[in-house]
Design a protein around this ligand. Structure first.
Ligand SMILES: Cc1ncc(C[n+]2csc(CCOP(=O)(O)OP(=O)(O)O)c2C)c(N)n1
Ligand SMILES: [Mg+2]
Length: 422
């Protein structure tokens, strides 16, 4: 059976065969495939090719990589940044930077909000980094810089009655969800007013009122809980979609598999965002998994998958909105892989010297905030002055709240015993 792959893909597949067997020309390639040179030309021209026959004639070629990738790209759509290449290859910093996607579901007021929340996330990081360097932060500081468009774009696709299970780099999602700034800051500094009563320095809290359930530190362990929440909501007859996140490292745990499989079997209303920021601590993608895209696994699980450029907030929003709509309709889970870059180390103690300079260079020219600020200015939605003013207002508010919270005492030690059961 001939499959329509398009002329470019057909050319790539034939080239792969030629290279694999070291064939010198078209005549040798035709002989290897057992077809005439005219037939070969017809395939090249039409973009149609009998894939099964091709695979059977050349069994030594690692088709699981080549054909898998080519065919999966049709089933699991990808919208990628030019010049980005899956590891172990390096990106091309000279590649063009395309204009951002404009969602037809968003108006100017939405766009200003998206920008504001991304700025809150960025400025929150910068303030925490500054305090860490001054020795005033408690514990580690896990910057999320580079992930703003993912956290904000996905969280914005939810209704308030939906549930959100963010990860350690999703502070933007807490802002979208309307989390109280004072409480968030107090939580990070472990002071009175902390959402974890001072027992933790990051976002391991649950806020049932906002349907916001902060992360479980053991990577992967949050997914079965999020999926269980979706099952419970269905059993209670609630119209609730659950959005949760996992890193490129965390997605390689056993619990990821169990959760996605269970959600797919029961067609549960779950959206699982795989935040691929290229690294898990110092481990690059190429040492984490052997497939090209993690969302391609959706085919194996029997659910939906999509891969998007994670620096394009409206692209992320649209992909997540589609996934949320499918989930709400009863069509089951989606694996949404967002390709981003962790612009800092794993935490502030890590200088990330293991990241090649060219990778850093490529992504710094594709900063999600700068891209969106440019988009808003070009469209006359926000001027450079308005953007600078907004940034200044956020900085000032953060400085004031942080200074005030840092004056507060730590909670009474007995607080640590509350909600502990032996
Ligand atoms: C099961 C488990 N193993 C190891 C760790 C320690 N750990 C915390 S974050 C992290 C890296 C996670 O990488 P990734 O999932 O890609 O998320 P990222 O930090 O890049 O956003 C590791 C190894 C953990 N928390 N849980
Ligand atoms: Mg990662």
């Amino acid at each position: 059976m001939e499959v329509a792959l398009g002329t470019e893909r057909v050319a790539r597949l034939l080239q792969a065969v030629q290279e694999w067997y070291g064939l010198a020309n078209e005549a040798e390639l035709a002989r290897q495939l057992g077809v005439s040179a005219a037939q070969l030309r017809r395939w090249r021209r039409s973009g149609w090719i009998p894939l099964g026959m091709l695979v059977r004639s050349c069994p030594e070629v690692p088709w699981y990589r080549l054909v898998g990738e080519e065919l999966l790209a049709v089933i699991v759509p990808r919208t990628l940044l030019p010049g980005w290449r899956p590891t172990p290859e390096l990106p091309d910093p000279a590649a063009p930077i395309p204009p951002l996607h404009a969602s037809s579901a968003l108006g100017d007021a939405d766009r200003r909000k998206l920008m504001e929340w991304m700025l809150w996330a960025r400025e929150f990081d910068l303030a925490m980094i500054r305090l860490y360097r001054q020795g005033r932060a408690v514990g580690g500081v896990f910057a999320q810089m580079g992930n703003e468009a993912v956290a904000v774009g996905t969280a914005y696709a939810l209704r308030p009655t939906d549930a959100l299970f963010p990860l350690h780099r999703d502070i933007g999602a807490h802002f979208v969800r309307g989390q109280d700034l004072d409480a968030l800051v107090a939580t990070h500094f472990g002071r009175v007013g902390s959402l974890t009563r001072g027992t933790d320095g990051t976002v391991h809290y649950a806020d049932p009122e906002r349907r916001l359930y902060g992360n479980i530190s053991h990577l992967g362990a949050m997914l079965p809980v999020a999926v269980g929440y979706a099952l419970a909501a269905r059993l209670k007859g609630e119209d609730t979609v659950v959005l949760t996140y996992i890193g490129d490292g965390g997605a390689q745990t056993g619990e990821f598999h169990e959760a996605v499989n269970f959600a797919a079997v029961h067609r549960l209303p779950v959206v699982i965002v795989i935040e691929n920021n290229q690294y898990a601590y110092s481990t690059p993608n190429r040492l984490e998994y052997a497939c090209t895209f993690q969302a391609d696994r959706a085919v194996g699980y029997g659910c939906f998958g999509e891969v998007v450029d994670g620096t394009d907030v409206e692209l992320v929003y649209d992909a997540c909105r589609r996934a949320v709509e499918r989930a709400r309709r009863g069509d089951g889970p989606t694996l949404l892989e967002t390709i981003t870059f962790r612009m800092r180390g794993h935490a502030e103690h890590d200088d990330a010297s293991y990241v090649p300079e060219v990778v850093r260079q490529y992504w710094s020219a594709r900063d999600p905030l700068e891209r969106y600020a440019g988009f808003l200015q070009e469209r006359g939605i926000m001027s450079a002055d308005q953007l600078a003013e907004l940034r200044e207002r956020i900085r000032r508010t953060l400085r004031e709240v942080m200074e005030e919270v840092l004056q507060r005492p730590y909670p009474h030690p007995e607080e640590a015993l509350r909600n502990v059961y032996l």
